[in-house]
Design a protein around this ligand. Structure first.
Ligand SMILES: [Zn+2]
Length: 251
């Protein structure tokens, strides 16, 4: 009797398809830097993300397994060291072939509104979908040295949103950690706005939420440079993500 009840409630674990491995080895540069233990957890996360996500293609675009697995793996990188196996309240991932064109009013600043919304590479909606450009997602997977990664960027926003506010501070362990995070990030944010940065592109100075998303991109993509130029910021991100990407890079 109990075993039949158990069968009713036990869900099969999503399975990592062996055919995904060569795709990841070839096109996701960061896959090559992971230890065997990390690959084991990543395969579990990738399988979970791949199978549990509602995938949608925009503009008549066709999605295949290569697209889904490369997006799944990049989204999973952010979860590798934290105690979260998926992104709560993610309703779907919508993939556009190149840039994402949205309709509506765009605030140009200074009180001026335009109906011409500039093309985007991605967007993360609060308790909604994440929208991504496949061109940009593939470029981010293959060429991390360029510094940018739209999947890391948008899913960093999702982590920021976990506590209900998109303010550049994801959920942290305690008050001490929150105070330290605020001190370090505010100082780095003010510096980017005032004089730019060796590692953070100017978009990081848009607001604290964009600062965290851009900082996440360079933390994973140019970790040695971030550790050198922004050591305190590197330490905050290392503590949050429980990953030390600079140590994976052979110097
Ligand atoms: Zn953003």
């Amino acid at each position: 009797m109990f075993s039949s009840i158990r069968n009713l409630f036990s869900r099969p674990q999503p399975v990592f398809n062996d055919e995904w491995r060569p795709i990841l080895v070839q096109d996701f540069e960061h896959w090559q830097t992971l230890s065997d233990e990390e690959i084991g957890r990543m395969e579990m996360l990738v399988a979970g993300f791949f199978h549990s996500t509602r995938w949608e293609a925009a503009n008549g675009f066709q999605l295949d397994d290569e697209i889904k697995v490369l997006i799944s793996a990049q989204a999973s990188m952010l979860l590798l060291g934290i105690e979260l196996d998926n992104y709560p309240q993610l309703t779907s991932v919508i993939v556009h072939p190149s840039t994402v064109r949205l309709r509506g009013k765009y605030n140009m600043g200074g009180g001026v509104q335009s109906t011409e919304v500039p093309p985007l590479l991605g967007q993360a909606h609060f308790r909604g979908p994440v929208v991504l450009s496949w061109n940009a997602a593939l470029r981010g997977a293959k060429f991390p040295a360029a510094g940018e990664n739209v999947v890391y960027h948008e899913f960093a926003h999702r982590l920021d949103m976990l506590d209900g506010v998109t303010d550049g501070t994801p959920p942290l362990d305690d008050e001490e950690a929150r105070l330290r995070w605020a001190r370090v990030c505010t100082a780095a944010y003010d510096t980017v706005r005032a004089q730019g940065s060796e590692v953070l592109r100017p978009y990081a100075g848009t607001n604290p939420a964009e600062f965290f998303a851009v900082a996440t991109e360079v933390f994973f993509n140019r970790p040695v440079a971030v550790r050198e130029h922004e050591p305190e910021l590197y330490e905050e991100l290392r503590a949050f993500y429980h990953q030390d990407p600079a140590s994976r890079i052979a110097i």
